[in-house]
Design a protein around this ligand. Structure first.
Ligand SMILES: *[C@@H]1O[C@H](CO)[C@@H](O)[C@H](O)[C@H]1NC(C)=O
Ligand SMILES: *[C@@H]1O[C@H](CO)[C@@H](O)[C@H](O)[C@H]1NC(C)=O
Ligand SMILES: *[C@@H]1O[C@H](CO)[C@@H](O)[C@H](O)[C@H]1NC(C)=O
Length: 417
């Protein structure tokens, strides 16, 4: 965008910027903030997702009525009193490893795959484990069927009797990912891959929105070498500059007298009464989660909270950090969608990447999946990801398209009986 503007006259630049702001941003925001039905969490409801509007009216964010510097937060989440749920979960590893249903292989055991299991280009001497955040109603059997060489940790957040569950169903997939990091901190595979439950979902960077190719082709060696990789290369939503924490902030109100020092600060209130956005609370949330770090001016990473990390990247932090992040999730007053999405924009920073992590699409596709020599702009590549017409995949997908048409689909990794 910036390049295009500079190449043209000043007035056209202004015009283009106006068009961009009034059209692209509201649309993207609408798409993004509207499309959350498939996330894990208590607020999850099986509601119909409306198709993305071609042009949504601009949704100006109300500016903060009064900006002020928030009190230093002194890691309020750390000392929060609700530690009982945490203790419950800290007994999880023993329980889960004893339970037969927990999963196929022990995480630290190298995967039993033979090098000649040919349809995967992934060098299988690395152990890879997939961590899935799911709810009871979701069918996750594809994880076992299509990733037989990996070990699996499929969490079910809304089934307290499931061997892999969470201490509290709050904060969507973030609660699962943190619970895994805490419980398996000492038994991590070489590479852990964090995913949502659906095989076909708009989050997946694949022409069929299919998770399987993004996993089967994943170059685990690359992930091990770089520490963290987002599993989405396209920049649609999240890159190149999603959050401006200082400009976007709606500061929390001052704590009333007698407000407990160890409680999360009171929530800011939008003058227009609408729900808070992640942008508005990000500065405060970041300072609570990573109090030792200055809040970045800009934060960007491709969306959707699906990523792969190496054991080394996880171990750059003590286990206690992940316990503290989860405690924040447990005690925060933010709604699920907000707290989960704060983590969505912090994982890459937690695992050692720059606050703005937007590798060129071309490099990303090549490094992650060996899809090299694609025709690309910096933010997307031909023949790869496009926004689907609606967040919900149509019935019969991927064989039946969004218009009910036959797509002549062939399974990229057919199962061998
Ligand atoms: C779950 O999905 C698999 C395909 O991965 C399918 O074979 C199976 O029938 C599904 N189970 C249910 C209960 O729908
Ligand atoms: C996987 O990544 C490693 C490290 O970047 C690289 O050396 C190797 O060639 C890649 N393998 C494939 C099959 O692309
Ligand atoms: C699918 O195959 C049918 C029959 O061969 C053909 O008529 C149709 O155009 C194909 N559709 C697509 C989307 O390629």
């Amino acid at each position: 965008m910036a390049v295009a503007i500079r190449q043209n006259s000043r007035s056209f630049g202004l015009f283009a910027a106006l068009i961009f702001l009034s059209v692209a941003c509201p649309l993207f925001y609408r798409l993004y903030w509207g499309w959350e039905d498939d996330e894990v969490g208590t607020s999850l409801s099986p509601q119909e997702v409306p198709p993305a509007p071609a042009l949504a009216p601009p949704v100006p964010e109300a500016p903060a009525a009064e900006k002020h510097i928030p009190e230093p937060s002194k890691s309020s989440a750390l000392s929060s009193s609700s530690s009982s749920s945490l203790q419950v979960s800290e007994t999880l590893p023993a329980t889960t490893s004893a339970a037969p249903a927990a999963s196929s292989a022990a995480p630290a055991t190298p995967s039993p795959s033979s090098p000649q299991s040919s349809s995967t280009p992934v060098p299988s001497q690395l152990s890879v484990e997939i961590v899935v955040a799911s709810t009871k109603r979701e069918n996750t059997s594809w994880v076992h069927e299509y990733l037989p060489d990996w070990s699996h940790k499929v969490y079910v957040v809304d089934d307290p009797n499931h061997p892999l569950t969470v201490p509290l169903n709050k904060g969507r997939e973030a609660m699962v990912f943190l619970t895994y990091l805490i419980d398996y901190y000492d038994r991590l595979p070489d590479v852990a891959v964090f995913m949502h439950a659906g095989r076909y979902q708009w989050h997946n960077d694949d022409p069929n929105y299919d998770a399987v190719p993004t996993l089967r082709r994943l170059n685990a060696t690359y992930v091990r070498d770089v520490g963290y990789a987002n599993l989405r290369c396209v920049w649609l939503i999240g890159c190149p500059a999603e959050l401006h924490p200082y400009e976007d902030e709606l500061a929390p109100p001052p704590r009333p007298p007698g407000y407990p020092a160890d409680k999360p600060p009171p929530l800011p209130v939008r003058p227009d009464g609408k729900p808070l956005t992640t942008h508005q609370i990000f500065r405060q949330a970041f300072s609570e989660l990573l109090p030792e770090r200055e809040v970045p001016r800009v934060v960007a990473v491709s969306c959707c909270s699906q990523f792969a990390v190496s054991r080394e990247a996880v171990h750059q932090r003590p286990r206690g950090d992940y316990v503290r992040f989860r405690q924040w999730l447990i005690s925060t007053h933010y709604a699920d969608d907000l707290s989960g999405r704060v983590l969505e924009y912090i994982w890459h920073i937690i695992f050692g990447r720059e606050a703005v992590h937007c590798p060129k699409a071309e490099d990303c596709y090549c490094n992650l999946w060996g899809l090299c020599d694609l025709k690309c702009t910096q933010d997307q590549c031909e023949g790869r990801y496009k926004f689907p017409p609606s967040a919900a995949m149509p019935k019969g997908w991927p064989r039946i398209g969004f218009e009910g048409e036959e797509r002549n689909y062939t399974e990229p990794f057919p199962l061998t009986p």
